[in-house]
Design a protein around this ligand. Structure first.
Ligand SMILES: [Zn+2]
Length: 170
């Protein structure tokens, strides 16, 4: 197990489209490193493989106990080769990202999303859908800065010294 260093924008790895997820021991190692790094990062509700240097289509989310978690929350989910099969509605809400620690942004995303992974299909709602879609974006080299309507109106500097536990890092 290993807590890995999180790559920061504008690291070029964050802008690349990732390769299909591996199998076996290589997949296990990526999942373990993602999970360890997520758990070691205060306020972190999700992380994608390219953020820790693996250019592979793997991410994990976990909204267990989070104040914004919907009633339908799934807890720990491994997103292995995730595909968005349907979305519904849209909403603008504030997002943070472990790879862009100085900024937050108002980002429009679907309210609900059905996501198929290698092992299962999930109906994500609300904040859990937002987290899953944020992580899937990472696998396609997209950051929240690519999703905002306006870089001047919708992106905000973090207050220095704000409590890390209040963040919603992805
Ligand atoms: Zn992120």
């Amino acid at each position: 197990m290993a807590v890995r260093e999180v790559l920061l924008y504008p690291d070029p790895v964050l802008k690349r489209v990732c390769a299909p997820a591996p199998d076996g021991a290589e997949l296990d190692r990526v999942l373990e490193d993602l999970t360890d790094t997520m758990r070691a990062s205060p306020g972190c509700v999700g992380i994608a493989a390219p953020q820790i240097g693996y250019e592979l289509r793997v991410a994990v989310i976990d909204l267990t106990g989070h104040r914004k978690a919907p009633e339908s929350v799934h807890g720990y989910v491994a997103l292995i080769d995730p595909v968005i099969v349907a979305t519904e509605g849209s909403e603008v809400a504030r997002e943070g990202c472990l790879s862009i620690p100085q900024l937050t942004a108002n980002v429009r995303r679907a309210l609900n999303a059905t996501v198929r992974t290698r092992d299962a299909e999930y109906a994500f709602e609300g904040f859990e859908a937002r987290c899953a879609l944020h992580e899937i974006d990472h696998l396609d080299g997209l950051l929240f800065l690519d999703r905002v309507d306006s870089l001047t109106r919708d992106v905000f500097p973090r207050k220095s010294g704000s409590a890390p536990t209040k963040r919603d890092e992805k």
